[in-house]
Design a binder for this molecule. Structure first.
Ligand SMILES: [Zn+2]
Length: 267
């Protein structure tokens, strides 16, 4: 039994043994950005780590130490935001995961909670498969949360109830429901979120103020620790089940490392 699923909590022999038992690593991806007056700037990173750990327990994997930073030029108008460029973020992701591949990690689940990371993660995932032979699956955990809890939480909104629940589940001391203030208008926010979350069209927005002039919108007033813990459990159950099935499907149709090496030789 491992004392923790976080890579940085473990010793070298524990990690070496775990890679032999199950060569699965999970990379959480989030961001450091303003989340209104009531949530910490590390909300997305915290959510990705907490869900990543719960998924690692269910799938017998390890959670890699990811950079807390993400790609978030969207939020730079507000203090409390630190952004990496897409290129820097992509390189950190590739080099972090590639190091574990050298030590035997074969399966990589990238677990993302921040929409601004999606394009860079897609490029990194391709490189980690094609150049480093890993079997890679990326899950947009924030969208899984929206599927499961969007109905009861008034959608997935920046600084809204779903994000408050994700933090409440493990760090309720960082959530200040008594400071909820100046939410932007819901109707406009939802309209803009719909505009940017379609499959067919991807508009470029100047920054978060196009969606929420005050930087956030939502109604997290009724969020509780209990509901937060339930949400994390439900999201982790759903991701663990789907990821297990998808990894099995990938194994059935492609050879992973061996096939990539063969392709390289043919070329
Ligand atoms: Zn967020």
């Amino acid at each position: 039994m491992l004392p923790s699923r976080y890579f940085v909590d473990l010793t070298q022999p524990e990690i070496a043994a775990q890679f032999k038992t199950n060569p699965l690593v999970i990379l959480p991806a989030g961001s450091v950005e303003q989340h209104g007056p009531h949530l910490p700037t590390g909300t997305d990173t915290l959510a990705a780590n907490v869900i990543g750990h719960a998924v690692a327990e269910r799938m017998d994997g390890l959670v890699l130490p990811a950079t807390p930073l993400g790609v978030t030029p969207m939020h730079m108008p507000f203090e409390g935001t630190i952004t990496l460029t897409a290129d820097t973020f992509m390189r950190v992701v590739i080099e972090t995961c590639a190091a574990t591949a050298r030590h035997g990690a074969k399966y990589l689940l990238v677990l993302n909670w921040h929409e601004g990371n999606i394009p860079s993660l897609a490029i990194a995932a391709e490189a980690l498969h094609r150049e480093h032979g890993m079997t890679v699956l990326t899950v947009q955990a924030c969208y899984v949360a929206e599927e499961l809890y969007g109905g009861s939480c008034n959608g997935l909104t920046h600084g809204g109830e779903i994000e408050a629940l994700a933090v409440l589940a493990h760090r309720d001391d960082l959530v200040h429901l008594d400071r909820i203030d100046y939410s932007s208008e819901h109707q406009h926010g939802h309209k803009m979120d719909r505009l940017r979350r379609t499959r067919a069209y991807q508009p470029v927005l100047t920054d978060i103020r196009s969606i929420a002039p005050t930087g956030w919108f939502g109604s997290p007033q009724r969020a509780t620790v209990d509901k937060g813990r339930r949400m994390i459990t439900d999201i982790a159950d759903a991701i663990a089940q789907s990821a297990t099935e998808i990894f099995a499907q990938l194994d059935a149709v492609q050879g992973g490392t061996a096939e990539v090496k063969r392709l390289r030789q043919v070329k």
